[in-house]
Design a protein around this ligand. Structure first.
Ligand code: ATP
Ligand code: MG
Length: 159
């Protein structure tokens, strides 16, 4: 199917509306964003997981940024929060099945969310990664080609 990432972000936020109302959401989708040849239901699942994490691991009332922009035959989508952040040494492990950071975090979960996101994004020929924000908090981004054979995302090509 052809998916409109702006619609996917909208329906994901709608699904999470009970919780998102406790946060300040700032959503910006580039006006020239191309459609994606993708499984829209699975991409919605990825967005829900990422937004759920951003809320779970940050305080009520804090700001969550969602961005989507085109980049050379791909689209990059990111979700940023001002939450507890991920220690440097855990950045690569958070995509492992059942991996949860051991810290005084009274937040429940199975540790599957990000590994499922990784599987879905890679099935679309894309990549997903996580970064520490300079002033604390986390950004999780994914990049997928707008069409099959559109070329490898920069991050894969550089590997
Ligand atoms: P669930 O399966 O319900 O999603 P989970 O949220 O614990 O459980 P993942 O979404 O896979 O599992 O995330 C793995 C771990 O990475 C989390 O337990 C958390 O420690 C850390 N993490 C993920 N997203 C963030 C974030 N935005 N800020 C801080 N830590 C995060
Ligand atoms: Mg999660």
């Amino acid at each position: 199917d052809w998916c409109d990432i702006e619609d996917i972000i909208g329906t994901s936020l709608q699904r999470l509306r009970e919780t998102t109302q406790r946060y300040i959401l700032d959503v910006k989708v580039a006006p020239d964003i191309p459609l994606l040849k993708a499984d829209c239901v699975l991409l919605e699942q990825v967005m829900i997981n990422l937004i759920d994490n951003a809320m779970k691991y940050s305080s009520r009332g804090s700001e969550i940024l969602i961005r989507a922009e085109p980049k050379g035959g791909t689209v990059i989508v990111s979700v940023s929060d001002n939450g507890v952040g991920i220690p440097e040494e855990d950045l690569t492990k958070v995509f492992d099945k059942f991996y949860r950071i051991q810290q005084p975090r009274h937040v429940s979960g199975t540790g599957l969310g990000l590994s499922i996101c990784k599987g879905i994004i890679e099935a679309h020929g894309g990549v997903i990664w996580v970064e520490r924000r300079p002033n604390g908090g986390t950004t999780v981004s994914f990049q997928i080609p707008t069409e099959e054979k559109a070329g490898l995302p920069e991050r894969l090509a550089n590997k």
